[in-house]
Ligand binder design. Structure first.
Ligand code: NDP
Length: 331
């Protein structure tokens, strides 16, 4: 089958399209999916570049196929799978191998895709949707009266995070890289935006909150922002550093947390918030919010499998304004 993977860690030039990947066979409890769409996510960059070489949660053995999100049709079932049938429309995330014609996925990770729902929308709501969902509903249960700071508010996760935070009744301050991204974040419901490449966002947050600070910061940028993010919090607030788009963070000193007002700090993995009892429930809630028009999904671009490297360059170049997809039917 066709697939895009790497033989060694490095830049986008390491991504290689081959048509001789063996067709994967589903084992016990697994299903094989004929992939219709794969999602391109920032984690693909960490995996490709070797930043997750030591990760146990997201193992990256070489050589490997990349892509940890997709959608398509069930093509074969392993032993013991009783709640799926060949031909079912499904989507998933957090199992690697989506940049390929076929992927084998544990059956419990497969979410039914409603008849009539676009593959693009179904895919876009998996990894980025589930992330925005656990951040706002589980890790920190946002309520009316809370104020949150969302970094990179015009990105794939960022736009969904703003919408889910608003749906929960919170006030949202979003940081963005430029004016056109500020327009996107405001259209998604942000109450205020800060151009954090040109403005001291820590001072701006204090001004916007009359000195109080925010209840929670959702920081996916990492190295460039995290120390100031901690200083944007209210006393006993929570900093959730869930990504490192600007680079991995070397360390946070415990005393830094005390000095910022006895704040809490966590660095979560999506996989720990997508346990077997949570996968379909999060997806069902996201699909329902979409059907009620309480959230919307932005598809930025879709690429042919041969052009995945271009998608990686687009995301690393800070250009994304929504979801990047690989359309397996495009040549
Ligand atoms: P985005 O579409 O949000 O792209 C990343 C954005 O980060 C850019 O558009 C840019 O926005 C901002 N950014 C800031 N500094 C840099 C930099 N030096 N290089 C590149 N981008 C930069 O990506 P995703 O929506 O796919 O992912 C967002 C983040 O969420 C990633 O860090 C990802 O790892 C993380 N994530 C974490 C999960 C978890 O559970 N831990 C799960 C899913 C995603 P701007 O121009 O506005 O600054």
């Amino acid at each position: 089958m066709r697939g895009v993977g790497i033989a060694q860690f490095g830049g986008p030039e390491q991504l290689e399209l081959r048509d001789d990947w063996p067709l994967p066979e589903p084992g016990r409890g697994e299903a094989r999916v004929r992939v219709a769409m794969a999602g391109v996510n920032y984690i693909d960059i960490y995996m490709r570049s070797g930043q997750y070489a030591k990760s146990q949660t997201y193992a990256t053995p070489l050589p490997m196929l990349l892509g940890i999100e997709g959608s398509g049709t069930v093509d074969a079932l392993g032993e013991g799978v009783t709640d799926l049938a060949v031909g079912d429309r499904v989507a998933w995330c957090v199992t690697r191998g989506a940049y390929a014609d076929f992927a084998v996925v544990p059956a419990w990770k497969l979410v039914p895709v409603p008849e009539g729902m676009d593959w693009a929308i179904a895919t876009a709501l998996q990894l980025q949707g589930s992330t925005a969902h656990y951040l706002t509903h589980s890790l920190f249960e946002l309520q009316p009266g809370h104020t949150c700071l969302v970094h990179a508010g015009a990105g794939g996760v960022g736009q969904l995070l703003i919408q889910l935070a608003k749906a929960r009744g919170a006030r949202v301050i979003a940081t963005v890289g430029n004016e056109s991204k500020a327009t996107i974040a405001m259209a998604r419901g942000a109450d205020a935006t800060i151009l954090y490449r040109h403005t001291d966002f820590r001072a701006a947050v204090r001004t916007l909150t009359q000195g109080a600070g925010v209840d929670v910061v959702y920081d996916s940028v990492g190295k460039d922002t995290v120390h100031d993010s901690i200083r944007c919090l209210k006393r006993r607030g929570t900093c959730v550093m869930f990504g490192a788009s600007s680079g991995q963070v070397e360390g946070i000193a415990p005393l830094e947390l005390a000095e910022a007002g006895s704040v809490f700090f966590t660095r979560p993995h999506l996989a720990d918030y997508l346990q077997p009892h949570e996968v379909r429930q999060r997806a069902a809630e996201l699909f329902a919010l979409l059907a009620d028009r309480r959230i919307d999904v932005s598809i930025d671009r879709s690429y042919a499998l041969a052009d995945v490297a271009e998608a990686h360059r687009h995301i690393e170049g800070r250009n994304t304004r929504g979801k990047l997809l690989v359309d397996m039917s495009a040549r």
